[in-house]
Design a protein around this ligand. Structure first.
Ligand code: FAD
Length: 511
């Protein structure tokens, strides 16, 4: 092969549409579209076979799409710097192109190593943004408007054709077994790939999303009513811009319709659009403060919970054996689907952090592995928020019985995932320990008394909040990470939204 190559390094952006690095590099000549399977990344404690299975399906689809353009995806396994070194020695690298990544601590360290290597060899690494996350952000002021502008930019068209590369390049995508990942059965996992992504977006905007705002909170309805786009956004089979623009276009189409269905659609889609902002808002926190994956955002909470998790409690929580039917049903549903809705994620985390008093890092890792849509920036920010260690959010302790009664009043969801409770009368389905036949059940009694455990947890955290210096640190955190309410696109575009609803959303999610 003659002439140095421009490498397009695909990471968690497994598509050819709206892929700026691909479009930009291909204008310069032949490109080498590369995915690096990094065994060390997949050996990290937050990685799982279900995530890889989704990624591998998406890689297959990407390979087909690239092949249709003229050059299929090259897949190499190893550590990124060694692979770039090898390609550089053999063919010469003219430039490296990839999207900016706000990943976990491991990918951050890897990017620093790649960056140092590229600099040393005079290779320029071009990294356009893929989300509305701003690198080296100096202030959150104006952030929401910048997000709106970013998302309004034209979607980048894929190149018309790619020059086929000469020589033999590896294409094989390793299996879960090749990567040595732990078996991780997830029978109802969503499937990866561009076609699945587009079908999911279309069915949400065309049909499923109509009652999104009413049906997103209960796991009985959320599996259908939520967009289910999260794994596609995480793995980049769709871009955030594509989703935001498709939503905006749908909103424009029904702007003047006055029938109740259209009104409902509008409210649901506005609510959905707000969540797209949140995606990047939370990722921005990790981008600005990578330590929040490992350390309390507010260091005043250091040592409040034991550093090591109580293994019995952790196992009971992870396997859905806490004796609280709704908590267990949610965890088992998550384990089998690789997804659960926001409110239930929050409840699972709250139960682990307050009722079981487990350290968030251990429980957060379990959830990360279960989520096919694991996105470190959202995940660790939310994990800390639901554990009360940010110092800036309202402490939200969910009552698992009340949640069950509110979100699964007939107990249908519990019965589906906790079949041991089949014989329990409806009236006791969320509190089977109160039923006279409880001793005959092959189901554990509640692992803790909720009221007592929740009170002890709240007392401990409130005591810290009153401590000297706590407020000052919290103020600094708000300045650095808090959304600027007036300029938040999510709320600024909704002047008619009820003040109470806006306040609740902001309290529970925005900062
Ligand atoms: C403890 C905890 C951990 C979480 N970990 C993740 C994670 O690893 N990856 C992830 O994508 N989401 C995470 N979330 C946020 C949220 O639960 C999921 O984004 C949502 O359930 C995904 O389903 P959906 O695509 O159908 O969402 P929809 O309700 O249809 O929302 C559309 C998109 O908006 C974004 N979004 C929605 N809710 C939130 C939110 N609260 N915060 C930030 N972005 C949001 C997501 O990109 C989502 O795909 C977590 C929430 C909690 C409480």
């Amino acid at each position: 092969m003659s002439g140095a190559l421009n490498i397009v390094w695909f990471k968690r952006d497994l598509r050819v549409a709206d892929h700026r690095p691909l479009a930009m590099a291909s204008r310069l000549g032949p490109v080498l579209p590369l995915y690096i399977v990094e065994p060390e990344l997949w050996a990290q404690a937050d990685a799982s076979a279900r995530q890889w299975a989704f990624a591998a399906e998406s890689l297959e689809a990407l390979r087909t799409d690239l092949a249709a353009l003229g050059q299929p995806l090259i897949v190499m396994t190893g550590d990124a710097v060694s692979i770039f070194r090898e390609i550089h020695q053999r063919h010469g690298i003219a430039g490296l192109w990839s999207h900016e990544e706000t990943g976990n601590g491991w990918t951050y360290a890897r990017d620093l190593a790649v960056s140092a290597w590229a600099r040393e060899h005079g290779i320029q690494w071009h990294e356009p943004r893929q989300f509305g996350v701003i690198r080296r952000l100096t202030s959150r002021n104006g952030w929401a408007n910048a997000w709106d502008s970013d998302m309004a930019e034209p979607v980048t068209m894929p190149p018309k054709a790619l020059t086929p590369l000469e020589g033999h390049w590896p294409h094989a995508i390793p299996t879960v077994a090749d990567l040595g990942l732990q078996p991780d059965p997830c029978p109802y996992r969503q499937h990866g790939g561009r076609a699945a992504a587009l079908a999911t977006l279309e069915s949400f905007l065309g049909e499923r999303g109509r009652d999104y705002r009413f049906r997103m909170s209960s796991p009985v309805t959320a599996f259908e009513a939520c967009s289910r786009l999260s794994p596609h956004l995480t793995w980049g089979t769709l871009s955030m811009r594509e989703v935001a623009q498709a939503t905006a276009s749908r909103l424009r189409a029904i702007k003047h319709a006055s029938d109740p269905a259209a009104k409902n659609w509008r409210a649901s889609l506005i609510s959905f659009m707000g969540r797209l902002h949140w995606h990047c808002h939370f990722m921005q926190k990790l981008e600005d403060e990578p330590r929040l994956e490992f350390e309390n955002l507010h260091r005043g909470y250091d040592n409040v919970r034991p550093a090591m998790a109580d293994q019995t409690r952790l196992d009971a929580w992870c396997t859905g054996q806490t004796g609280f039917p709704f908590v267990d049903a949610c965890m088992r549903a998550l384990n089998r689907h690789g997804w659960i809705n926001f409110r239930m994620r929050a409840m699972l985390m709250s139960f682990a952090s307050y009722d079981l008093w487990l350290p968030w890092r251990a429980t957060g890792l379990h959830l990360a592995r279960q989520f096919v849509d694991y996105e470190p920036g959202i995940h660790w920010s939310q994990v800390q928020m639901q554990s009360g260690t940010t110092g800036i959010n309202t402490m939200r302790v969910y009552n698992p019985v009340k949640q069950g009664l509110d979100q699964d009043p007939t107990g249908a969801f519990v019965r589906r995932f906790v079949p041991e409770l089949e014989s329990v009368p409806d009236a006791f389905i969320h509190e089977p320990w109160k039923w006279t036949g409880a001793s005959s059940l092959r189901y554990p009694p509640p692992i803790v008394d909720h009221a007592t455990a929740a009170k002890a947890a709240k007392d401990a955290l409130y005591a810290l909040r009153k401590g000297a210096g706590h407020k000052e640190v919290a103020r600094q955190i708000v300045t650095k990470h808090g959304s600027r309410k007036a300029g938040t696109g999510a709320t600024a575009r909704k002047p008619k939204r009820k003040a109470k609803e806006v306040a609740a959303a902001q309290l529970s999610l925005d900062i």
